[in-house]
Design a protein around this ligand. Structure first.
Ligand SMILES: [Zn+2]
Length: 171
């Protein structure tokens, strides 16, 4: 008898993406846990993929795909299309393309990847002396606590110890 996929631990359901990301030679990032897991792959040119698994729910797959001349956006798609994207850097014809549900309610400026948040931070820091009437205080990029596909900038140096993940809010 086989175990229904939804009953497998979240990280076990992301293993298939790990081998695909490795094989495509993209940089891999993994966050595992009993209740949820996340795997990410990054191509040097800025393309990215992400899959998330929550216990008891279907795996969600996303690709950071071209959405115009110079912009890229997160697109929710199906797991097989993610694997295709690792090879071709574009989605196959007929693949699901949905706008991901945005859970961020921080009211702060949103960046879709850590790399773009860090680039924006660098831009702020290198230009701060040129900006009249605005003192740049941002020092760090962090992932939105509510949305895996959102990054923010903050002036706070690091997390306060002992703050539960779902309570973490930065200024
Ligand atoms: Zn947020």
């Amino acid at each position: 008898m086989t175990t229904p996929v939804g009953r497998l631990p979240p990280e076990a359901r992301l293993v298939r993406f790990q081998s695909s990301i490795d094989k495509a030679d993209w940089k891999l990032a993994f966050m595992g846990g009993d209740e949820r897991a996340r795997i990410e792959g990054f191509h040097p040119d800025g393309h990215a993929v992400m899959a998330t698994a929550v216990r008891g729910r279907a795996v969600h797959a996303y690709v950071f795909a071209d959405a115009g001349k110079k912009t890229r956006k997160w697109v929710a798609t199906n797991p097989d299309a993610l694997t295709y994207f690792l090879v071709h850097q574009q989605l196959p014809a007929g693949a699901a393309r949905r706008r991901p549900y945005r859970k961020c309610r921080c009211g702060k400026r949103r960046y879709p990847t850590q790399a773009l948040a860090k680039a924006a931070l660098l831009d702020i820091l290198t230009n701060k002396e040129l900006r009249q009437g605005r003192r740049a205080t941002e020092t760090r990029a962090y992932r939105c606590p509510d949305d895996d596909r959102v990054w923010h900038l903050t002036s706070r140096k690091s997390w306060r110890h002992g703050t539960p993940a779902h309570r973490r809010r930065e200024p």
